[in-house]
Design a protein around this ligand. Structure first.
Ligand code: ADE
Length: 237
C-alpha cells in the first residue's frame, strides 16, 4: 500500500518509523511518505493560510497549495488505479473512524491524508479533491484536536496493522477488541499469583473449551459494563 501524508508539521510523523510500521516500510509492504505542504507554496514566506471570508476568529488554509500538492500526489502513483487515490481529511466534522473504517481503508492501493490546521481548509478543496479520487472526511471522535496530524497517525497505525504481513501473527488480529463487535477479554501472564492476586483458576485448568467460554463471558460482561452502546448496536441489526 502507498500512503502519502500532507502536513505543515512533517516531523510529527517520525514515530511511524518505529516498531511494526517501521518494519513494514523497510520490507516494502508499506510505502509511506510524509510531505511538507509548504513545498507547494510559491511566496517567500511559504504561506499556507489567510483570513476567513465573512470574518471570524483564526485563519483558514488557502486552497492553491492543497490543489497543487494533490495534483502531484494523485498523478505520481506507480500504477494509478482507475478510481484514483482515497483522499482522507481528518476533521472533527467527519464520519467517525471505527475498526470497520480501518478494515475498509486497509484494502485500498493508495491513501492520501491531508492534515488541516488552524480553523480548517477552504471548503472548495474537498470538492476539487473529489475530481482526483474518493474523498473522506473522518473524525477520530467527538473532541477537538489542534490539527489532523495526531488523528492521521492513529488512523495509519490502525489501518497499517491490518495490511497482510504487517503483524507477524495474524491470529492476534482476530481476538482483539472491536474485531467481533465486543471488547477484548482480560489477559494474564506469570506469576500465577501476584501480590495476593491470583490468575482466574479456569485459565490454569488446561480445559480449552472452558477457557473459550470464560473468555467469551468476560467479553460480554466488559462490553456491557464499559460500552453498552456496542451491544445496543448489535441488537439493532
Ligand atoms: N482535527 C481536529 N480534531 C479532530 C478529530 N477529532 N478527528 C480528526 N481530526 C481532527
Amino acid at each position: 500500500m502507498r500512503i502519502d501524508v500532507l502536513s505543515i508539521f512533517p516531523t510529527y510523523f517520525d514515530g511511524l518509523a518505529l516498531s511494526l510500521l517501521g518494519k513494514a516500510q523497510s520490507s516494502g509492504i508499506l510505502d509511506l511518505t510524509v510531505r511538507d505542504l509548504r513545498d507547494w507554496t510559491s511566496d517567500r514566506h511559504r504561506t499556507v493560510d489567510d483570513t476567513p471570508y465573512g470574518g471570524g476568529a483564526g485563519m483558514v488554509m488557502k486552497p492553491e497549495p492543497w490543489a497543487l500538492a494533490l495534483d502531484d500526489l494523485a498523478s505520481a502513483a506507480p500504477s494509478p488505479s482507475e478510481q484514483g487515490p482515497t483522499i482522507i481529511f481528518p476533521s472533527p466534522a467527519g464520519e467517525v473512524f471505527t475498526q470497520a473504517t480501518a478494515r475498509d481503508l486497509s484494502t485500498r492501493e493508495h491513501l492520501i491524508f491531508g492534515c488541516g490546521r488552524y480553523e480548517g481548509i477552504d471548503e472548495r478543496v474537498f470538492e476539487y479533491a473529489s475530481s482526483l479520487g474518493e474523498v473522506r472526511l473522518i473524525s477520530l471522535g467527538d473532541y477537538v484536536l489542534n490539527g489532523g496530524e495526531v488523528a492521521t497517525m492513529a488512523m495509519i497505525e490502525a489501518i497499517g496493522r491490518l495490511i497482510p504481513g504487517v503483524v507477524g501473527n495474524p491470529e492476534s488480529l482476530v481476538e482483539e477488541s472491536h474485531e467481533d463487535g465486543l471488547l477484548e477479554y482480560p489477559s494474564y501472564t506469570k506469576p500465577s499469583s501476584w501480590r495476593d492476586r491470583p490468575v482466574p483458576d479456569v485459565l490454569l485448568s488446561g480445559n480449552h473449551k472452558a477457557i473459550a467460554a470464560w473468555r467469551r463471558d468476560q467479553q460480554i460482561e466488559r462490553t456491557r459494563a464499559r460500552r453498552p452502546d456496542l451491544l445496543a448496536d448489535e441488537s439493532e441489526d
